[in-house]
Design a protein around this ligand. Structure first.
Ligand SMILES: [Zn+2]
Ligand SMILES: [Zn+2]
Length: 426
């Protein structure tokens, strides 16, 4: 106690002395004489730290496009953690997995998530592999944005999509994507001869939703397996990705089930749905108690059920998602999870970033640039072939007002600037 008091006393003395010397110096400085008599040690104490001109060695934020991935490292980014109803803060389900070998995989691509993917500043040629857990709009509603938007954003490789079959052919991924292509018939036709459309090819891999721990992807030392999930109707699945001794598991949507418990034990990162509490479904979402209980505990996994699941599989990090993660909902989710699980946990929101190695797992948030533009294509783009254009009917074409002198000048300026010789249409 005495020692403490002494330390405190000498601390006061030093501060007082520094202050006195500072004030004295200030006074002297004002007089134009400077401060000449301070001992070296004291001078060091009075010196303010230099203004930083170098980047910090440690950053608590992830700035997309600014960090190398180590050869043995996995980076997982939450690009959608919300619910089917749209909101600015959280898109619906979408997770990007980036591996140290350069491979990238998208798991689910729910409504609103394409803009999150774009914010990561990755050329679209590398965002060409999508794994869909089930065909709810909050798990694949932004696929058309990535498919078509990716073409406009310079993707020239086909988009590859893996997804489950259904109980009947029309409940499967193949049927859904064939009809998505049909839905965009006008869109695709309109782009012929106007842009490089090689990225418009869709490569669909439908697999059996009842397959248990079956490999559906095996390239470049990356293995992705599927297990059945239990959610709303037959058809949903969960995924397990393995690479370089690291294991990532993603539930998409599921009620707790035996396949997940058996095949995701001890994974490095387990991303599992953890729905909003039934209480908040009633209060915030304005649902009836009956609907809230059914959807919140039977169609989805409630936070307390999520906790049970994680207690059994014991991942290095448990990640809960699929709820509106706000100041007044997270405490309720957390309270319920902690009733049944006391291990490592993150309750995800959009742009949460996980860096995983065998040694460490770090969790940060990304700081994104909202003024985003697409990155260039990875290989050379083909110029549009005007002969492929479908063109207009005489009736519509006849309605054009050309402003020839204005358009001629635009063509001439661009031709001069880029050394091209593209004739202005007459
Ligand atoms: Zn769902
Ligand atoms: Zn969902």
């Amino acid at each position: 106690m005495k020692h403490k008091a002494t330390t405190l006393g000498s601390g006061f003395f030093i501060i007082f002395t520094i202050l006195a010397v500072y004030l004295f110096g200030l006074h002297q400085g004002q007089m134009g004489q400077g401060l000449l008599t301070v001992p070296d040690a004291m001078a060091a104490q009075t010196k303010a730290p230099a203004s930083p001109v170098k980047s910090l060695t440690q950053r608590a934020v992830y700035y997309p496009g600014s960090e190398d991935l180590a050869p043995d490292e996995m980076r997982v980014i939450a690009c959608g953690t919300g619910m089917p109803n749209a909101r600015p803060k959280q898109a619906a389900a979408c997770w990007l997995v980036e591996l140290g070998n350069g491979d990238k995989f998208i798991f689910d691509i729910g409504s609103g998530s394409a803009e999150r993917l774009s914010a990561l500043k990755i050329p679209y040629d590398y965002l060409d592999k999508v794994f869909i857990g089930h065909l709810h709009s909050d798990h694949f509603g932004a696929l058309s944005d990535l498919w078509i938007g990716g073409v406009i954003g310079n993707r020239i490789k086909p988009l590859r999509v893996w997804g489950p079959s259904g109980d009947k052919p029309e409940l499967g991924t193949k049927y859904a994507l064939e009809h998505m292509e049909k839905m965009f018939t006008w869109d695709s036709a309109s782009r012929l001869g106007n842009v490089d459309i090689r990225g418009q090819v869709l490569e669909v891999h439908e697999f059996d939703y009842k397959a248990v721990n079956q490999v559906i992807y095996n390239e470049n030392d990356v293995t992705i397996r599927t297990i059945p999930a239990i959610h709303a109707l037959d058809g949903p699945v969960s995924f397990i990705l393995e690479w370089n001794g690291l294991k990532f598991a993603f539930s998409s949507d599921t009620f707790p089930n035996k396949w997940w418990l058996e095949h995701t034990k001890g994974v490095d990162i387990a991303i599992h749905e953890c729905f909003i509490t039934p209480g908040d479904l009633i209060k915030k979402q304005k649902w009836t108690p009956g609907a809230a209980l059914n959807v919140g505990t039977q169609i989805h996994t409630s936070p307390a059920q999520f906790g049970k699941v994680m207690s059994q599989i014991k991942p290095r990090l448990a990640v809960g998602y699929h709820f509106f993660n706000d100041y007044d909902t997270q405490p309720n989710v957390l309270e319920q999870v902690r009733k049944t699980y006391d291990g490592p946990l993150a309750l995800a929101t959009d742009y949460m970033v996980f860096n995983i190695t065998k040694k460490d797992i770090t969790v940060r948030m990304a700081a994104i640039d909202e003024d985003i533009w697409p990155q260039p294509a990875v290989s050379k783009k083909l110029p549009p072939d005007p002969s492929k254009r479908i063109g207009f009917s005489d009736f519509i074409y006849g309605g054009r007002v050309n402003y020839k002198e204005v358009v001629d000048e635009i063509y001439s300026d661009i031709n001069k600037q880029y050394g091209t010789n593209i004739p202005a249409p007459q």
